[in-house]
Design a protein around this ligand. Sequence first.
Ligand code: PEP
Length: 250
Amino acid sequence: MRKKIVAGNWKMNKNLTETGVLLSNLKINLENVSETEVIVAPTYTNLYYAFEELKETQIKVAAQNMHQAENGAYTGEISVDMLKSVGVETVILGHSERRAYFGETDQLLANKVNTALQHKMTIIFCFGEELQDRKSNTHFSVVEQQLKNGLFHINRADWKNVILAYEPVWAIGTGETASPEQAQEMHAFIRKTLANTYDQETADEVSILYGGSVKPNNAQEIFAKADVDGGLIGGASLDAENFTAIVNAI
Ligand code: PEP
């Protein structure tokens, strides 16, 4: 049975003090969550602190990005070994903001995927179409290409370390959500593409999260869809009550 997962991407928000407050509230609120895997992704400078704070809990800590090289002269970058050395075993790759503002291409992401998997990290791999793709009815082929170019070179065995996050760019931070039907339609397409490329068992085991303006008032109907296995949450993950309500909506 594939896992239900809710992950919070805190982006470039929350300093150390604010991170402490949010973590304390989440620890209290989510003490008894057992079936849903909960992941939070604070900024780099707070990863070690978050790991230490959460290590006795069921909440996992993820990084929002990492560099593809093992180490070296890459000023300002963070390596997989650095993440692992502070207890981080999960990394978000391919977020649309990384693609749009930092020029991350499918090829670059394929390299990051390889480095992460070599080090047995779990990857939350993000992808999704832009508004013009949906308007021109090319959203399925855009998503398929992103997956093929960035991810579908990996071995069947490596899928146990991959979580997919379908995030239509037009729905991220805009308040505009894909309807539950639109999310289900795309998730079913992704699973079918996986089954065709690998096999049905692999497709059935992979958790596919939906991301894009998920809030407490719409989470339940999105998560109720058969191929939606949880969510990647941006804005609403910055507030403990909202994030808890979303986790409880599964
Ligand atoms: C995201 O950035 O991954 C995201 C889904 O953001 P939001 O929930 O704010 O749309």
